[in-house]
Design a protein around this ligand. Structure first.
Ligand code: HEC
Ligand SMILES: [Cu+2]
Length: 365
């Protein structure tokens, strides 16, 4: 390496370090907790992890014992070229009893805590102590509804710490229209299998079209718990992420109050946001709900955007919400940004119109 090359390499290294440092500083104050099935951060995940901690060492001992005996037998009793038949032990009653009873005992020991935990986790937390959230797995994003509070979010839920969150994985979704009538979700017959997985809070649970399934998650401490769809569901299976923001109860109440508010309307004003709002009424209300938009139709084929700008990520939580350029690309041609996206491209919108739409989306806090 020449001195110059070395200087360049050193400079790049310093730059990488600086960028990493800045990235670490730039994050929100809520701690991000990446996917990790071995670090339970709540009572449900811990109950499941305790089982694993019991079963895994037993499995390791059995594995080493069995493999050890096989290696021992292969070496000790190998064919030494004498042509002699080794001693046969077929039908040895003592051995047969031994290798039936030992595994049966091991399984019995494992079965007791396993079955107890299964029943424990199957129980529903009491209605007045839990938070209910209805989950619908779409292609390829998660719709979350807070039925008691009456609002929707996408890919991301905020929950209070130390509170059981009772998730209803709803395979026959329907929702209330602005006129009060209840309609089946227009996408009901296109639903496919998914699996809800936020490993630090609970094990996986299948989302099954046509049936109801339930899963409780609970977090001990504030944090942003990451998750993902864990059942191959199509083109953007890997772009179907989940975020669970666990916050202190007062912060949760404040969040609920904010999410319950309608979006501001700019009707009649002469501004970019007003033009964006109008464009939204022409192009987007056929799929997106925005409470407070003058032309809102209450349709939720795509994510509810009433508080779009309050979520740090969008599109299955893979894109940074603050990136204007990325958002423009998304509106122009979302399937080109996220394979299999069910949002139609808008090749006829001009750059100015897209800027106006983004100005409007930015007001949706
Ligand atoms: C045919 C229905 C449809 C129309 C029309 C439509 N969208 Fe979408 N939109 C979707 C779907 C479905 C998604 C979710 C895509 C995904 O994440 O895979 C989406 C996602 C989005 C998102 C990301 C939301 C999030 O939180 O992930 C934004 C922003 C958005 N659309 C804006 C618009 C705008 C602006 C228009 C009008 C120019 C529009 N959409 C028109 C169906 C539609
Ligand atoms: Cu999926």
């Amino acid at each position: 390496m020449t001195a110059r090359r070395r200087a360049v390499a050193l400079r790049s290294l310093l730059l990488i370090g600086l960028v990493a440092l800045l990235a670490a500083c730039g994050g929100t104050d809520i701690e991000e907790r990446p996917l990790d099935a071995l670090s339970p951060d709540g009572p449900i995940a811990r109950a499941q992890d305790d089982l694993w901690r019991l079963v895994f060492p037993i499995a390791v001992v059995v594995f080493i014992l069995v493999q050890g005996l096989i290696i021992f037998a292969v070496i000790r009793f190998r064919d030494r070229g004498t042509g002699e038949m080794p001693k046969q032990i077929e039908g040895n009653t003592r051995l047969e009893i031994l290798w039936t009873v030992i595994p049966a005992l091991i399984l019995a020991v494992i079965a007791v805590p396993t079955v107890t935990t299964i029943f424990e986790l199957d129980g529903e937390p009491p209605v007045d102590e839990r938070l209910d959230v209805t989950v619908v797995g779409k292609q390829y994003w998660w719709q979350f509804e807070y039925p008691d509070e009456g609002f929707f979010t996408a890919n991301e839920i905020t929950v209070p710490v130390d509170t059981p969150v009772h998730l209803h994985l709803d395979g026959t979704p329907e929702y209330e229209m602005p006129d009060g009538s209840v309609q089946p979700d227009p996408e009901q017959d296109q639903l496919v299998l998914h699996s809800f997985w936020v490993p630090r809070l609970a094990g996986k649970k299948q989302y099954m079209p046509g049936s109801d399934r339930f899963l409780t998650i609970q977090a001990d401490e504030p944090g942003r718990y990451l998750g993902n769809c864990a059942e191959f569901c199509g083109l953007s299976h890997a772009n179907m992420r989940i975020r669970v923001n666990a916050v202190e109860p007062d912060e949760y109440e404040q969040w609920v109050a904010e999410q319950s508010q309608e979006a501001e309307s700019f009707e009649g004003e002469d501004s970019a946001a007003a033009r964006g709002e109008e464009l939204f009424g022409v192009n987007c209300v056929s799929c997106h709900n925005i409470d407070g938009h003058p032309d809102n139709q209450g349709i939720r084929i795509g994510p509810d955007l009433t508080h779009f700008n309050s979520r740090p990520e969008y599109g299955g939580a893979i894109f940074d919400v603050e990136d204007d350029e990325q958002l423009a690309d998304w509106i122009r041609n979302s399937p080109a940004e996220k394979p299999g996206s069910q949002m139609q491209p808008f090749p006829d919108l001009t750059d100015d119109e897209i800027d106006d739409l983004i100005s409007y989306l930015r007001t949706l806090d």
